[in-house]
Design a protein around this ligand. Structure first.
Ligand SMILES: NC(=O)c1ccc[n+]([C@@H]2O[C@H](COP(=O)([O-])OP(=O)(O)OC[C@H]3O[C@@H](n4cnc5c(N)ncnc54)[C@H](OP(=O)(O)O)[C@@H]3O)[C@@H](O)[C@H]2O)c1
Length: 273
């Protein structure tokens, strides 16, 4: 479906490119001839991974904590200084959590909003003039949890709902400007996200309650993103379970609450126990 032609020589920023969906997307865009900006906090990791994305003249690694507005501005400035334009911004950097709200230190929700929501807002703000110039695209990697809430993920669901609200608004503001705005919602995907997820006190969970081998691969997720970009879609919801959940939440919200409760109650070390 996707063609090399669409991505060739496009300048694409991927935040959270040091792992998982971001890394797989950076590699895919690189293999399709794009100039890729890999942004994340782990700069050394980016440098060591960058040869798998492309040759040094086509890849730029930038240390950027997306929750820091000034670092996002610098990241955009470095991109433009190096490649002269921005065609696509993929706001992928993200952090999850797992703890009931009643037990939660509120700093966890602040962290998730800072990285997931404000990270998206910060990067989009500084990239927007260039994206408008290029009639380019901005992507927000949200989650099925950005349509249908997941218990023990108050901060995560809130941040993903918020990104959706932000990007849906931006799309309408620039309806006549040729800006593409894609809300991209993966289902469960194999990555480091559950290991890095914060627990009630803000420490990393360090393990995953899911069988990661049974989930969609980050590479397949990246393929789906590329197809969505090429088709200039405004919304893309992945996996059968994800699509069914979003529809069920709209049509039968109370039933979906009960089914979601049962689903999470079956998780290893369920927060309901
Ligand atoms: N995996 C899933 O099941 C799933 C499902 C739906 C949606 N998603 C979403 O997909 C996106 C990617 O997650 P993933 O699953 O690929 O997880 P991952 O493997 O943990 O990757 C997360 C990436 O985000 C970066 N990151 C975290 N905090 C950051 C910050 N403050 N500034 C800049 N970068 C930061 C990490 O790099 P550094 O640590 O080096 O900064 C890493 O590159 C997230 O937005 C996540 O919510 C994932």
């Amino acid at each position: 479906m996707r063609t090399e032609q669409y991505f060739k020589d496009k300048v694409i920023i991927v935040t959270g490119a040091s792992s998982g969906i971001g890394l797989a997307s950076a590699r895919l865009f690189g293999s399709l001839g794009a100039k890729v900006v890999m942004a994340a906090r782990s700069y050394d990791k980016l440098l060591s991974l960058s040869p798998s994305v492309g040759s040094p003249e086509n890849v730029l690694c930038v240390r950027c904590d997306v929750s820091a507005e000034s670092e996002c501005r610098t990241m955009v400035e470095e991109t433009v200084a190096r490649f002269g334009r921005i065609d696509i911004l993929v706001n992928n950097a993200g952090l999850s959590m797992r703890a009931m709200f009643k037990d939660l230190d509120l700093k966890v929700i602040h962290s998730l909003m800072d990285v997931n929501f404000w990270g998206t807002v910060n990067c989009t703000k500084y990239a927007l003039p260039y994206l408008l110039q290029a009639k380019g695209q901005v992507v927000g990697v949200i989650s099925i949890a950005g349509y249908s809430a997941l218990p023990a993920r108050t901060g995560y669901s809130s941040s993903k709902y918020a990104i959706r609200g932000f990007l849906d608004t931006l799309r309408i503001e620039h309806l006549k400007d040729g800006l593409g705005v894609l809300v991209f919602a993966p289902g469960y995907t194999s990555s480091n996200v559950r290991n890095a997820a914060l627990t009630a006190d803000g420490s990393a969970q360090g393990e995953t309650p899911l069988d990661e081998g049974k989930l969609m691969s980050a590479e397949e997720c990246a393929e789906r993103l590329a197809v969505g970009l090429e088709k200039r879609k405004s919304e893309l919801i992945l996996t059968g379970l994800g699509k069914a959940t979003v529809v069920a939440h709209r049509l039968f919200p109370r039933l979906t609450d009960r089914l979601t409760y049962k689903f999470i109650a079956r998780e290893k070390d369920s927060p309901f126990k």
